[in-house]
Structure formats: C-alpha cells, structure tokens
Design a protein around this ligand. Structure first.
Ligand SMILES: [Zn+2]
Length: 262
C-alpha cells in the first residue's frame, strides 16, 4: 500500500519501553513509514522531541499539554512548550484541547490552557493537534475566535457525531480517525460520521498503544495497539466511506505531508 503516516503514536508510553525500534520496523514492513509521536505534557513533549530527532524524516513529534494535565500548567508551561517546539522534529502544538468526558482538570482551567496553546501555535505559525471529547461546543467556540487557525488544526481521534464532524469541516479543520471506527459497537457513530469528511480533510492514526482495532479476523495475541495496524484502519475507513482504499491512502498521505510540512 501507499506510504502511510501515523499522525498519533504514543511511542513514549511505558508499554513501548522495550521495543520502540522493533515497533517502527514492523510498521515499515507494511508501508507505514512516518510517525508523529504525541506529546501530552511538558516532560513527555521534551522526551518525544529528543527521541524523534534521532530519526529525522521518519519520526516527528508534537509539543503540548493534554487537557487532563491542564491543572499542572503554570507560568512556565508555555515557555517550556515553545522551547521544545523549536526542535526540528516538532511539527505541531498539541495535543491540546478539551476533555469533558472525565474532567481530570476543571473545565475552566482546561479552557484557559487550551487557549494559551492556540495562541502559541499562532505565534509560532505551527499546526495544532487537537484533542476533544464531549466538549465540542466549547472547543468550537474557542477555535472560532482565532481567525485562520482552523485550517491549520487537526481534530485527532475524532469520536463525535456526524453533525460535529460537519461543524469542524465547515470551520476548516482536518479530522484524524483512529481504529475506534473498527469497533462494531461503540464505533457505529463514527462509521456514519466519516461520510461527511471530504477525503482531502482526512488523516489517519493508531493512537497506539491504545484503541486496538476490534474487527480483526484473527485477534492479535497482544492486546496492545501498534502502528503496523494502520493499513487495517485505513481499509475500514475506506469501506465506511465507500471509497477505494489505495486512492484514499494517496490522498490522506498528501494531506498529512502538506499539513505538517514533512
Ligand atoms: Zn488525544
């Protein structure tokens, strides 16, 4: 299959502690050749950037604070994220956004630090890697306040409704779809929602080690998601969209390269 890019890989997660290189090699064997490591707080963004910089052209990373961690932000946070973002391997600010599903940080604190990261992306003229769960309205409102930012934003691991997907598309956002779509129960909404995403606005990701696809004919031995499953996710998305997987792959890779300038 066409060269694929996993835009959401949590490679610094402890479950990959022992076999990062093998994971990447296995993925390359099936045509997944570039990877963006998700930074989720100041520290993980730093170590992701350091690790990615050892594999230029293959590994990239993001610099940001996940809404769960918003309560840990302080007066130094944005400056620290900015320092990390200056690293050549860093291609976006994020993941950042709002998560009202579990509210690990108070909602007003989430909004405050999300908007501060939107402003950082504007200052640095970098793309935004967004995380949103059950907070569509508020995230939408904040994006709308910042002219031109939505065209440079990807809503990663989208799990919302068809209407929410449409709203993001109308605003100009890109949408990242994971193996959530492979879940025949809780993925049903997403299977319908992808019908409103134009192929030129789609990106794909595993969010590994999380969200292992649930629709394999043969269940993998390990219950850990890996970037080598990205072609399987793409095929499932193509089926839901009624499109040819190869053609969709070409378009998605083009979108991703242009968006992240990789
Ligand atoms: Zn996320």
């Amino acid at each position: 299959m066409e060269n694929l890019i996993d835009i959401g890989l949590n490679l610094m997660h402890s479950s990959f502690r022992k076999d990062k290189e093998e994971i990447i090699e296995e993925a390359k064997k099936v045509g997944v050749n570039q990877f963006i490591i998700t930074g989720t707080n100041v520290h993980s963004s730093q170590i992701a950037a350091e690790y990615a910089s050892k594999y230029p052209g293959t590994l990239f990373s993001t610099s940001g604070v996940h809404p769960h961690d918003a309560k840990t932000c302080n007066g130094h946070t944005i400056h620290e994220l900015e320092k990390t973002a200056k690293n050549k391997s860093v291609v976006a600010i994020g993941e950042c956004g709002l998560d009202y599903n579990r509210n690990f940080s108070p909602q007003d604190i989430q909004r405050k630090w999300f908007e501060a990261q939107v402003e950082l992306a504007e200052t640095l003229n970098m793309p935004l890697f967004l995380h949103e769960r059950e907070a569509h309205e508020d995230l939408f409102k904040i994006l709308k306040k910042h002219d031109g930012i939505s065209e440079k934003a990807v809503v990663h691991c989208f799990t919302g409704t068809k209407q929410e997907a449409q709203n993001y598309i109308d605003l100009g956002c890109y949408i990242g779809v994971t193996g959530w779509i492979c879940d025949m129960k809780r993925g049903r909404g997403l299977q319908e929602a992808v019908s409103v995403i134009p192929p030129e606005k789609l990106m794909i990701e595993t969010d590994a080690p999380f969200l292992i696809p649930k629709n394999f004919d043969k269940k993998p031995k390990k219950n850990r998601n890996e970037p080598k499953y990205l072609p399987h996710i793409l095929e499932t998305i193509a089926t839901c969209m009624g499109l040819d997987a190869e053609e969709l792959a070409v378009q998605v890779t083009k979108n991703t390269k242009e968006f992240f300038k990789i």
